[in-house]
Write a new protein. Sequence first.
Length: 136
Amino acid sequence: MELRICIDVDDMERAIAFYTEGLGLQLGRRFKSDFVELLGAGSPIDLLLNAAQSRPLPGSQASRNYQRHWTPVHLDFVVDDIEAAVARLQQHGAVLEMPVSDRAWGRIAGLADPFGHGLDLLEFKGRGYDEILQPH
């Protein structure tokens, strides 16, 4: 089974710059002016151009909002140098919401992209998440 991640944005060129220049993803296929594929993560990321306040489904009462919003699903990007990644993303419009902090498995920072979506940066150390496993 393939997993594809879809991210709604209201400015395609800004979104491409944010995810390619900020995170180092590569531009894949441009299916149309409103549908672009990014490669280089564990799964392809599709950027979907949708206007602010547009309805996600016919008859839906909800509308797209690109101000900071919260959803129980977010993306974690594993990086080699968390401070450099935070700085690059901030240059492209990210908001740092949780400064870099140390954990047993490495370091984490919480940000919002320019479209209101939350994302975390992770910099693993040692065995990564295996550092918090109980010994057998």
